[in-house]
Design a binder for this molecule. Structure first.
Ligand code: TXA
Ligand code: MG
Length: 327
């Protein structure tokens, strides 16, 4: 775990335009001073990420919104009040002076106040030391790969490209924040997360429009994402044992990711059991995928999860992982 000296060093590094690995409650971020375009450019280089993909700017509190966004609707203040610090990103019209490097040249900016004590301490110390108060941070993984949920994962992904990784322990939520676009009238859900559309509706009386097959896709939300190098496929729970047995008989090394029962009979090469509730499953998902990706299997078989609204965020991450796996 990191201590106050690490926070002081992280602030100095950020002010000097260096990159710092930051724990948040969702996943670890790769942070740079959001007001310094050269520092932000380093994020893209370290991740191997295309330059037109916008980044989320992390703030110490909602009081900092005005410096980064303009024409802020009442709804944004309401959601900030209800969910910040926490795993919700708001897309708002950007304020003049927010670097193009952060927004990918768009007229909007993604903002959130993270709910991790170490991240908040860093953000406050950075603002108090005369920094911009904004830390641009995408997830601290190589582009298209599994997001890190421990400090060790960040090192594994990025090695020496990051000057310091603050260690805040394993991330409590485990998958990326919910993203709601408030920049153009009715709220739109761009990325499902721990804070569900239902909870947003309960808080403000408005249900965000959920992405349908015909809705335009948010820039940067590529189909293939969060993916292991090992090919993956989903198999319905009732077919799982037969499937694993058949694979074993044909000499294929499979790894299995289960949540309802361990795959005893069809015993695969490696397996992980995840909690059978969506929050517990999300908490462990990326670490489990990372582990199974290192298990020298030819295929990761995922027991299909329930098709229920509370599983939407996990379903989204699994669908993208299956889509990008094996590359
Ligand atoms: O939980 C999280 O959000 C984590 C932690 C580190 O805060 N961050 C994260 O960042 O997931 P990243 O870069 O991996 O994903 C950011 C997402 C991308 O899909 C990007 O397209 C979207 O946010 N985004 C950022 N700014 C946007 C904007 N102005 N308009 C639309 N989408 C935006
Ligand atoms: Mg990411």
């Amino acid at each position: 775990m990191s201590d106050p000296a690490d926070i002081a060093r992280a602030v100095e590094l950020l002010k000097a335009g260096e990159l710092v690995g930051i724990p948040t409650e969702t996943v670890y971020g790769l942070g740079a001073d959001a007001a310094n375009p050269q520092a932000v450019a380093r994020i893209f280089a370290a991740k191997g990420r295309p330059a037109d993909h916008p980044l989320i700017v992390h703030l110490p509190g909602a009081a900092h919104l005005d410096r980064w966004a303009r024409e802020i609707p009442d709804l944004a203040w309401e959601l900030a009040e209800d969910f910040w610090p926490g795993p919700l990103t708001l897309i708002l019209k950007r304020a003049p002076g927010v670097p193009d490097a952060v927004t990918g040249g768009q007229d909007t900016v993604g903002l959130r106040v993270p709910g991790h004590p170490l991240a908040l301490e860093l953000l406050r110390a950075f603002a108090a030391a005369g920094g911009s108060g904004g830390i641009a941070a995408p997830s601290a993984n190589r582009f298209g790969r599994i997001s890190p949920t421990t400090a060790a994962h960040v090192r594994e992904e990025l090695g020496d490209a990051v000057a310091l990784v603050l260690d805040g322990g394993p991330c409590a939520v485990g998958i990326e924040s919910t993203i709601v676009d408030l920049s153009a009238g009715a709220p739109r859900l761009l990325r499902p997360g721990h804070i569900t559309a239902q909870r947003i509706e309960a808080a403000c009386g408005l249900r965000p429009i959920e992405p349908g097959a015909d809705a335009p896709r948010a820039s940067g939300t590529l189909e293939a994402h969060y993916a292991p190098r090992t090919p993956m496929r989903m198999v319905a729970g009732e077919r799982l044992l037969d499937f694993l047995n058949a694979q074993r008989h044909s000499g294929r090394r499979c790894a299995a990711l289960c949540h309802s029962q361990p795959p005893q009979a069809g015993m695969p090469h490696a397996w992980r059991m995840l909690p059978a509730d969506p929050a517990g499953y999300a908490h462990d998902l990326y670490a489990a995928l990372r582990e199974l990706d290192h298990a020298d299997a030819e295929l990761i078989v995922v027991e299909a999860i329930p098709a229920a609204p509370e599983w939407a965020a996990v379903a989204d991450r699994l669908r993208r992982a299956v889509c990008g796996a094996g590359n």
